[in-house]
Ligand binder design. Structure first.
Ligand SMILES: Nc1nc2c(ncn2[C@@H]2O[C@H](COP(=O)(O)OP(=O)(O)OP(=O)(O)O)[C@@H](O)[C@H]2O)c(=O)[nH]1
Ligand SMILES: [Mg+2]
Length: 261
């Protein structure tokens, strides 16, 4: 879908976390620079053993809109994003975008997320809303993602189709509103954590459909640990949330006890 030129929504930075993405980084950065030329890019590399960090330095040397944040060791997606958010907020960016390096998130679809941000505080690129899709995933990955999202909806009561996805745009004001200090989640759970915080803060969260494409190069970092972390944290947040709801039922003064007149 193409969109007409519109007034700028401010300074945009796209944060790209990388761990061993040597084959993927150059193509994704080039596609992004063509698709949304006004956006700056910040690569968040966790000292990838395959030299992704050095490659990112070369891209930065060749293009003033590309920068690199080198982190000392692999600490997970969540920690890399938190470091990127802190840097970007400090630099005064107005819009912060999350995007994977592996080609699963198509830079050509970023414009539609930015357009939706006109009317929202947080925009989620969504695989599981009408018009969204996943290409080349085996059945079990679809089931895991869909099942995880149903679990999130049921436990946390969020009307969100895809709370685990990682192609997103946040207004800087939204990230300043939610408390990022105590976010400790690492994997997919980090993404759920942030939507959950945004919803509870009363921010406008909208979903736009995306086509997610399974990576063709490099290895997935998805692991049993990441799935377990999500299951554990979401269950804990859900239990607290539902308990809070039950408590508030008992706290409310029953209507029939109100004195007349
Ligand atoms: N900086 C940093 N980046 C990471 C880390 N783990 C994953 N990434 C990056 O985060 C993005 C998503 O990771 P993937 O391995 O594609 O994981 P995924 O998309 O959840 O899983 P797949 O769908 O199987 O690819 C990629 O750009 C990774 O390189 C990490 O510990 N540190
Ligand atoms: Mg991926």
């Amino acid at each position: 879908m193409t969109h007409p030129a519109r007034p700028p929504i401010g300074k945009i930075v796209v944060l790209i976390p990388t761990y061993n993405e040597r084959e993927n980084l150059s193509p994704i950065v080039s596609r992004l620079r063509i698709a949304v030329p006004e956006a700056d890019v910040l690569v968040l590399d966790d000292d990838s053993p395959d030299g992704t960090g050095a490659l990112a330095d070369q891209l930065a040397a060749a293009d003033g809109q590309v920068r690199v944040l080198h982190r000392a060791s692999k600490e997970g997606l969540g920690a890399a994003y938190l470091a990127g958010f802190a840097w970007a907020l400090e630099q005064g960016y107005d819009v912060l975008v999350e995007m994977d390096a592996d080609g699963s998130h198509q830079p050509e679809q970023l414009r539609s997320l930015l357009v939706a941000l006109d009317e929202a505080d947080v925009v989620l690129g969504s695989r599981w809303v009408r018009g969204g899709s996943v290409l080349n995933w085996p059945m079990y990955r679809k089931a895991l993602s869909l099942g995880g999202n149903v679990y999130v909806r049921v436990l946390l009561g969020m009307p969100i189709g895809d709370a685990t996805g990682g192609f997103r745009a946040y207004r800087a004001s939204a990230l300043r509103t939610v408390d990022l200090q105590d976010v400790a989640s690492h994997g997919y759970c980090f993404q759920v954590d942030l939507v959950w915080r945004a919803m509870r803060a009363g921010l406008r969260v909208v979903e736009v459909p995306i086509t997610f494409v399974e990576r063709t190069m490099g290895d997935s970092k998805m692991s049993q640990d990441i799935v377990s972390e999500s299951l554990r944290n979401i269950t804990m947040w859900g239990a607290r949330y539902r308990l809070g709801q039950v408590r508030s039922l008992f706290r409310r003064e029953p209507q029939w006890h109100r004195p007349n007149g």
